[in-house]
Design a protein around this ligand. Sequence first.
Ligand code: C2O
Ligand code: CU
Length: 480
Amino acid sequence: MPVRLAALACAVAVCLAAPPAAAQPPTTSGRDDASLPLALDRNADPRIVEIDLEARVSDVEIAPGERYPLWTYNGGLPGPLLRARLGDRLIVHFTNHLPEPTTVHWHGVRVPLAMDGVPEISQPAVAPGATFTYDFIVPDAGLFWYHPHVMSAAQVGFGLYGALLVDDPADGVGVADERVLVLSDLAIDAEGRLEPADSGGPAGMVFGREGDRVLVNGRRQPLLRARRGAPQRWRIVNAAKSRYFDLDLDGESFVQIGGDGGLQESPTTSRELVIAPGERVDVVVAPTGDGSARLVLRSLLFNRGYGSVEYREAQDLLTLEFDDQPALPPVPPPTMHRVIEPLSAEGATPVQVVLTLQQRGDSDFDYGINGVPFPNRPIAARPGETQLWTVVNKTKWSHPLHLHGFFFQVLDASGQPVRPLAWKDTVDVPFEQTVRLLVRFDDRAGLWMYHCHILDHADGGLMGTVAVGVPATVPSAHVH
Ligand code: C2O
Ligand code: CU
């Protein structure tokens, strides 16, 4: 690691240490403001969800009296919640009213390649004023999300993201009180404007720029009202472009029942939940508050690499306030079970994916795959082939690696899929560590992206493709 890079990281840590301009949390009004607007389904067919989605700059209030002109879907932050049932057809009439080209990528959904929203590879970018219709079946239940794939760090950072919830009415979880929580952040400069996407220069890219306003469903520290002891199902997505969340609900337990690709094999209980950018978790909480009138959901300090914890503090995310109804007696944690076949490493093709950072010239840096920034040579795969990826992180920062179009299973130290089994599309590869995963490709031929979901890192070169059933030729640049 060049000495100069370490110096850069210090500079990043110091610049991040500056306190947010408006440090005082907004006072809540006593009204639950942690819900999301639902997209309007204009199709009467119960198995078709058909919506209009417009990207446009719009004035958005993120706290009482605190408004900014953000890049939005349908004028709100986050974009509207899209809700469908397993196997439904989703039709999205998309119009771009932004000053730049954009696309919509359906993160985690196993779409046909032509619907994947990657410019040049799936579709031409949607020019300002132009439209594109996304039309596909949702083949898996779970919480997914949508965001652009053009200048992703800038466009996502300015507010373009929303959640897509695909329900399986037969999932058997049986918790009626359900919330979708979209976690994100926003970078506002000292003049009260959106911070430019290139702030901090190369050091900002190397670290991954985090916003100083931390948001839940587009609000700063919203209020969530709940009955004491009542189980609630929280479907959470981390839509921040660089920030990790390490959730703590004043020590209450989280019963995790699922993640990226829907329900996991069986529940796990913990008091902390780490969610890397791009990841989702599905948890049941039944907070009792131990006598206090409210609880705070906060994000604890999380070490994602050099300079990520020094001079920084935990962030309050939302306040959970108990209503006047009598407390419910304690309920046993959910006992769901999902049958998931473990993928077998036997006969899997070994693939080495080394995440690298290199200095270019005096002060510039490139992230890359095996030393080559995007665009680089694709990983070749046959339809039906199972691959065992060994992802080696040689850098001093963690990278949440995301694969488009396919789920994978993460392996443990002995080479077996981690139990309880779960389908993932994004996995954190901690700094200077190695993660192994198994993935099976199918007959959806074409070039599928994989990249770091710290979007500054993706834009900085940490991105590649898998050529499934097509020649492994280097794609053209600028497909992020
Ligand atoms: Cu959510 Cu290619 O990303
Ligand atoms: Cu990264």
